[in-house]
Design a protein around this ligand. Structure first.
Ligand code: LHQ
Length: 257
C-alpha cells in the first residue's frame, strides 16, 4: 500500500499524504514518492492544477521523528538529499498548486503548505512551526516563506514560540486564503483547482514564474522580467483565443499552446 494517494479528475491531480497513523509525518519513503509525484505532475500535460492534502485528521506533522531517532544521517544530508529537492520541485512546478490543509500542519509539513500557491484551511486545523520545540531551527524554506507571507514580526513569533495558529488567525494574517468547515478543505481546494485548470496553462506557468522572480528582485528588474514574459504570452495561441472569446462573448477554450 502506497504512502501517497494520487487521484485525477477534470485536469486536477490530488496528492494525498497517506500515513494517517503518524499524522502523515514525512519518512524517507513518503518524501521520495512525493517528489516523484510532483515531477510526474510537472511532466503530464493532462494535469493542469494540483491539490496537496493529508489523509485522516492531519495535513502533515513534518519530519517523522521516530525515523530520525538513532538515524546516522546528518540533518544537513537529510535536507540536501530530500527536503530541498521537494521544496524546489513545488516552487518550480509550472502549474498552480493548492494545499488543502485538512488538519494540523507542523514543521516541514507547514513548509510544504507554504510552498504552495494557495492554502484552503479547515476550521479546527492548526499551523505549528514546531522546529523550536525540538531544539531545531526552521528549514525547508520556512524562514523564507513565512516572513514573506506574514511579515517579520509574526514570523518571529511563530518560529520562536511555536504556538499553534488556528484557522481564523491564519486567515487574518494571510496564511490561509480560505477557511471552510471541517471536512470540506479537499473539495473546496479541488473546486478552486478545477477553476485554475480551466485557465490558460502558459499564462499560469509564467505568472508563477513572475511572482517567484519578484520576491527576489527589485522593481526595475521585475518590470523587465514581466515584459519578457508578456512577450511570450502575447504570442501564444491561448492569448489569441482569449481575444476571440472576448469579442464573441463566449468562454475561452485554452489549450496551452
Ligand atoms: C508523529 C509525528 C512526527 C512521527 C505526530 N513523527 N510521529 C527536517 C530535517 C530533518 C530532521 C528534522 O526535522 C526536519 C523538519 C521538521 O519537520 S522538524 C518538526 C518535526 N515535527 C514536529 O516536531 C511535530 C511533532 N508532532 C507534534 O508536535 C504533535 O503530534 C502535533 C502538534 C503535530 C499534533 O498533536 P496531537 O494532535 O496531540 O497528536 P499526537 O501528538 O497525539 O500524535 C498522534 C500520533 O502521531 C502519535 O503516535 P501514537 O502512536 O502515539 O498515536 C504521534 O507520535 C504521531 N506523530 N507527529 N512528526
Amino acid at each position: 500500500m502506497s504512502v501517497l494517494r494520487v487521484e485525477d479528475a477534470a485536469g486536477v491531480r490530488t496528492l494525498t499524504l497517506d500515513r494517517p497513523e503518524a499524522l502523515n509525518a514525512l519518512d524517507r519513503e513518503l518524501k521520495e514518492v512525493l517528489l516523484a509525484a510532483i515531477r510526474g505532475a510537472a511532466r503530464d500535460a493532462h494535469v493542469r492544477a494540483v491539490v496537496l492534502t493529508g489523509a485522516g485528521r492531519a495535513f502533515c506533522a513534518g519530519q517523522d521523528l521516530r525515523e530520525r531517532e538513532g538515524s546516522p544521517a546528518s540533518l544537513a544530508e537529510e535536507l540536501q538529499e530530500r527536503y530541498i529537492p521537494l521544496v524546489l520541485a513545488l516552487r518550480r512546478l509550472e502549474k498552480p498548486i493548492i494545499a488543502a490543509v485538512n488538519g494540523v500542519a507542523a514543521g516541514a509539513g507547514l513548509s510544504l503548505a507554504l510552498a504552495c500557491d494557495l492554502r484552503v484551511m479547515a476550521e479546527g486545523a492548526t499551523l505549528v512551526a514546531a522546529f523550536g520545540r525540538i531544539g531545531l531551527v526552521p528549514d525547508s524554506g520556512m524562514s523564507w516563506f513565512l516572513p514573506r507571507l506574514v511579515g517579520p514580526a509574526r514570523a518571529a513569533e511563530m518560529l520562536m514560540l511555536s504556538d499553534p495558529i488556528d484557522a481564523a488567525r491564519a486567515e487574518r494574517i494571510g496564511l490561509a486564503d480560505r477557511v471552510v468547515p471541517a471536512g470540506a478543505a479537499v473539495t473546496e481546494a479541488q473546486a478552486l483547482a478545477a477553476r485554475l485548470a480551466d485557465g490558460a496553462p502558459l499564462a499560469q506557468a509564467l505568472t508563477r514564474r513572475a511572482l517567484a522572480y519578484a520576491q527576489e528582485h527589485d522593481l526595475e528588474a521585475t518590470l523587465e522580467f514581466e515584459t519578457q514574459l508578456q512577450d511570450v504570452a502575447g504570442r501564444s495561441a491561448d492569448h489569441a483565443e482569449g481575444l476571440r472569446a472576448f469579442v464573441e462573448k463566449r468562454p475561452p477554450r485554452f489549450t496551452g499552446e
